[in-house]
Design a binder for this molecule. Structure first.
Ligand code: 1HE
Length: 263
């Protein structure tokens, strides 16, 4: 298994993971998923936060359509048993793992590329980014968790439009639809994502874990069950880290609140 398809760098508490198949616009084939999972697992062991970006002029052109054609024509064997989809496993490992991920997006963020981006917790794009779901044009359907992750964020109306018409969203529209939270000038997404990641790394590991794991699950619960889950988690504050953070504030030693700039 090669990991060259995905680059990995550890910058203090921040792991920086890059999709590295720019000649194919970082299209995702099975080997890329395997390499991504290796990088994600490593980041989850040794970093407090991770950044995910794409090498070359695009974040990711989605499913490798050549590999998909190979499967459709029987040139590439399909597994005899129906296992859990490897994209679902890989993207869940990102979204529901121990550390937050910041997505740095530019150029094409389409199809499975958008599904992958939506597995990250905060998304930054630059002005070159465009967002789309061209599955309808390709005769296929979303398969990387889009029906769950994208639909919950943008709503059924917007996702249906994107899929039926193939409409591309620009960064301003992506911001309106909550696909991204920050827009930078061209070339600025990775630096902004690293800046946000460095800020997130200052939180306790425990609270970051709760933020990325409790919030999406509470979204799926009823009012009562959601409040119960919240109570369980807020009661589960772990000393001594929490004691130290509270003491810093009470003794006037905590840094002031800071508001990250929009871009
Ligand atoms: C690819 C892929 C790919 C590029 N699979 N090889 N995704 C799509 O429908 C998007 C398909 N890609 C594009 O529309 C364009 O490539 C881009 C807009 C992303 C970039 O355009 P451009 O002009 O910069 O590059 P290009 O000339 O189109 O492509 C460069 C090379 O990358 C070329 O290969 P080459 O050997 O001829 O140089 C392309 O074939 C190759 N390439 N995109 C395979 N996607 C689990 S369900 C998820 C379902 C989906 O993701 S559907 C959406 C699929």
């Amino acid at each position: 298994m090669t990991t060259d398809l995905v680059t990995y760098e550890l910058d203090g508490p921040v792991a920086v993971i890059g999709l590295n198949r720019p000649d194919k616009r970082n299209a995702v084939h099975d080997a890329m998923i395997d390499a991504l999972r290796v990088a994600v697992a490593r980041a989850q062991e040794e970093a407090n936060v991770a950044v995910l970006y794409g090498h070359g002029p695009n974040f990711c052109a989605g499913l490798d359509l050549a590999e998909a054609l190979g499967r459709a024509t029987g040139k590439i064997a399909v597994a005899r048993k129906r296992k859990r989809h490897n994209w679902h496993v890989a993207f869940d490992e990102i979204e529901r793992g121990p550390i937050p991920f910041v997505g740095a997006l530019h150029g094409a963020v389409v199809g499975g590329g958008l599904e992958l981006a939506m597995a990250t917790h905060i998304r930054v794009c630059d002005e070159s980014a465009f967002f789309g779901l061209p599955e309808g044009q390709r005769g296929i359907f979303v398969g990387g968790g889009g029906t769950v992750r994208i639909q919950r964020v943008v709503g059924t109306t917007v996702m249906t439009d994107m899929m039926l018409t193939g409409r591309l969203l620009n960064p301003a529209e992506a911001m309106t639809e909550h696909l991204v939270r920050y827009v930078t000038p061209v070339g600025g997404a990775l630096a902004k994502a690293r800046e946000l990641a460095a800020r997130i790394a200052q939180n306790t590991i425990e609270t970051n874990w709760k933020i990325v794991n409790v919030l999406p699950r509470v979204m799926d619960l009823s009012h009562d069950d959601g409040l119960f889950m919240e109570q369980l988690n807020s009661a589960m504050a772990r000393p001594p880290e929490v004691e130290q953070r509270l003491r810093e504030f009470v003794e006037g030693k905590a840094p002031p609140l800071q508001a990250p700039k929009e871009s």
